[in-house]
Ligand binder design. Structure first.
Ligand code: DX5
Ligand code: ZN
Length: 224
């Protein structure tokens, strides 16, 4: 079953709680929470207090936190306390990946590791057995609404093959430019968790967009 994690980066922040409730009611499995520090990426988004507020309003939701920050280690405890379910950080960040994974688990969360488009996916292999998720970026992190980079498909295939060879069933997540056209390609390449920002919150009917994206793995692509 394909899972969907709508990126709230594209939601209306003045109505964030309502927007999140709507997509969860429509079958979204998680909420993708993009944290940007203006240093690791050239943009600033939102952080711990916003997650804490959302978690207070929607305590049952699965919070899929994507840290696009230079020093994830310094913030694991705070995001875990604010309600993160799973925390993904970048291999290209400045902290030791093994130490960050340990800190995420010690904080009681699931751990994810992400690679930017220019980083070979094989670089996550040394950590694979300790991860609950690998996130393949299909755009340069920093902004919503960018065009899908098809090179991500090869990475997903390599990752899928490696996980199967190791007997590891983890989330293979893809993030950036995922829409009705690219979702079936991602699923065909092995992704089992789709992040979609503008394709959900930019749609006229976000609830219907969720239904369509979740059906993207079925024969013939997205169904009404
Ligand atoms: C980009 C973020 C994404 C972004 C996706 O740096 O990590 O999660 O919100 O947005 P879309 O789906 O519009 O490409
Ligand atoms: Zn993201």
């Amino acid at each position: 079953m394909i899972k969907l994690s709508p990126s709230i980066l594209s939601a209306d922040f003045a109505n964030l709680g309502r927007a999140c409730r709507q997509v969860l009611d429509a079958g979204a499995d998680m909420l993708h929470f993009d944290v940007m520090d203006g240093h690791f990426v050239p943009n600033i988004s939102f952080g711990v207090p916003v997650l804490a507020s959302l978690h207070k309003a929607l305590p049952q939701a699965f919070y899929d936190v994507h840290l696009m920050i230079s020093h994830p280690l310094d913030y694991i405890g705070a995001f875990a306390k604010a309600g993160a379910t799973l925390i993904t950080f970048h291999l290209e960040s400045e902290d030791d990946p093994g130490a960050v994974i340990d800190a995420i688990h010690a904080a009681g969360c699931q751990a994810g590791l992400s690679v930017k488009p220019g980083t070979p996916v094989e670089e996550v292999f040394p950590y694979l057995d300790r991860l609950e998720l690998v996130l393949v970026m299909s755009v340069e992190p920093g902004f919503g609404g960018q065009k899908f980079m098809p090179q991500a498909l090869d990475k997903l295939k390599v990752l899928d093959r490696e996980c199967k060879a190791r007997g590891r069933e983890i989330y293979l997540e893809v993030d950036g430019g995922v829409d009705m056209n690219t979702a079936p390609l991602c699923i065909g390449a092995g992704a089992n968790l789709l992040v979609a920002g503008s394709a959900v919150f930019g749609a006229e009917d976000p609830a219907r967009a969720c239904t369509l994206l979740k059906s993207a793995g079925q024969e013939g692509g997205c169904h009404a």
